[in-house]
Design a protein around this ligand. Structure first.
Ligand code: DOR
Length: 441
């Protein structure tokens, strides 16, 4: 029956720990997690023995490019990549074409997603000087993930570079505001001074440490001044981790890191992958990578977001700095984190805390991110015996590339379940897309 499932015999991984257990989902909702569970007659059974069973991941930062940039990605292909990665909930960014800056444009995205999105979803509204004072009202709309501010320019034309306008946005509304924190004034100066032959290898020096730290410091000051909760996206420097730790602003400030900043490091990543490793803020050297890993494990960084940001290979082949920034990654969050467990710096329960529950805590998403009574029956069954190099053909993003192709895996997702229904199995979707709106408290 639709939405009923007994997942039998797996190692259930939660933020609080892991144990061998069955998971019973009835009517799309977890009703029990425990040993030798009985289910009503006719309940489908999924044998997970020998496998890990994690809550479905929730990725709070993806760019699925629709409308306007569908040659890079669309809601169907992006969300297929998401469920292929065990990501059953996603929050999509507003720098599409046009940018998502009004209730009408938000409604248009929701209409496009219904019937085509493979996982549950919400969309961010982009902040501008023009809509700043309306955002408090609009952020309450169903299907709205909240408000996103670009303090520094990246793909698209959304930009709120100055403190007075950032402050106006922060004073309009209550929900946590997501922020791309790079200082646009410093960025403009640095791009102006760029020598014509600057190589991609220097991307992390062009958009340097100070560019990120300046903006994050300004943002923390404004959060403190206004009392508005903020979420710092894709933290990229050791200095920002230290800053957030030292300022100790509690729940006022949460922060996110991408797998790219945890698993790649400059300069090697640029030498090996060229512009395929180019994103904003940039991947930096191992000192930063190691501080980010530590910040994630000890809780200064609250969650993982992939910042899945596909561009076409043709666009990626332009000469630097005309190459667009962004790395596809929604499908490779979990397999990369599992290599972190294999390599000894990450635990399974930390994965559940930061990749499943993390975004739900940050944004107040209801019923997701855990396998406990009353939560949605969203889960991913991982076969830990898949020890193969990552295959490009397994990836569903239109991008068609990933720096992680060929990396040796420490497990791969076998089945993915959304509200009690298997929606993905053995590298392919099962059934029609069933994504619904995420709900927020
Ligand atoms: O590298 C990036 N790409 N960083 C962003 O902030 C935007 C993203 C995109 O949309 O391409």
């Amino acid at each position: 029956m639709s939405g009923d499932l007994l997942v039998r015999g797996g190692r259930v991984v939660r933020a609080s720990g892991d144990a061998l257990a069955d998971v019973l989902v009835l009517g799309g909702v977890v009703v029990e997690v425990g040993h030798a569970l009985q289910s009503p007659p006719g309940t489908p059974v999924l044998d997970a023995s020998g496998c890990l069973v994690l809550p479905g991941l929730v990725d709070p930062q993806v760019h699925f490019r629709e409308p306007g940039l569908e040659h890079k990605e669309d809601l169907a292909s992006g969300s297929l990549a998401a469920i292929g990665g065990g990501v059953t909930g996603f929050m999509e960014m507003p720098n599409t074409k046009p940018s998502t800056t009004t209730p009408e444009l938000l409604a248009d995205k929701i209409a496009r997603a219904l019937g085509r999105a493979h996982g549950d979803f919400a969309f961010f509204l982009g902040a501008t000087a023009q809509n700043a004072d309306r955002l408090g009202e609009w952020e309450q709309l169903p299907g709205c993930a909240g408000v996103k501010i670009f303090m520094g320019s990246s793909t698209g034309d959304l930009l709120v570079p100055d403190d007075p306008t950032v402050e106006r946005v922060l004073r309009s509304g209550r929900r946590r505001v997501a922020v791309h924190a790079e200082d646009d004034y410093r960025l403009k100066e640095r791009y102006k001074a760029l020598k014509p032959d600057t190589h991609i290898r220097h991307h992390h020096e062009v958009r340097d440490v100070e560019t990120a730290v300046l903006a994050t410091r300004r943002l923390l000051n404004l959060a403190e001044k206004t009392g508005r909760k903020v979420h710092v996206l894709h933290i990229s420097t050791a200095e920002e981790v230290a800053l957030i730790r030292e300022r100790a602003l509690g729940d006022l400030v949460t922060a996110e890191v991408t797998p790219n900043h945890l698993f790649l490091a400059a300069p090697d990543c640029y030498d090996q992958y060229g512009s395929l490793a180019q994103m904003n803020p940039p991947v930096r050297d191992v000192r930063h990578r190691d501080a980010l890993r530590k910040g994630l494990v000890d809780g200064v960084l609250t969650c993982i977001g992939s910042d899945h940001a596909p561009h076409s290979l043709v666009e990626k082949q332009k000469p630097y700095p005309d190459t667009p920034s962004g790395i596809p990654g929604v499908q490779t969050i979990l397999p990369l984190l599992l290599t972190g467990v294999r390599d000894g710096w990450l635990s399974l329960s930390t994965i559940a805390r930061v990749a499943c529950l993390g975004a739900c805590r940050v944004y107040g998403i209801k019923g997701k991110g855990d396998l406990a009574k009353g939560f949605d029956g969203d889960l991913v069954v991982v076969d830990p015996n898949v020890r193969l190099p990552l295959e490009r053909t397994w990836l569903h993003s239109k991008a068609g590339y990933s720096p992680y192709v060929g990396w040796l895996l420490a497990g791969w997702q076998r089945e993915v379940v959304l509200r009690g229904e298997v929606v993905y199995r053995d590298h392919a979707p099962v059934g029609a897309p069933k994504g619904q709106l995420l709900r927020f408290s």
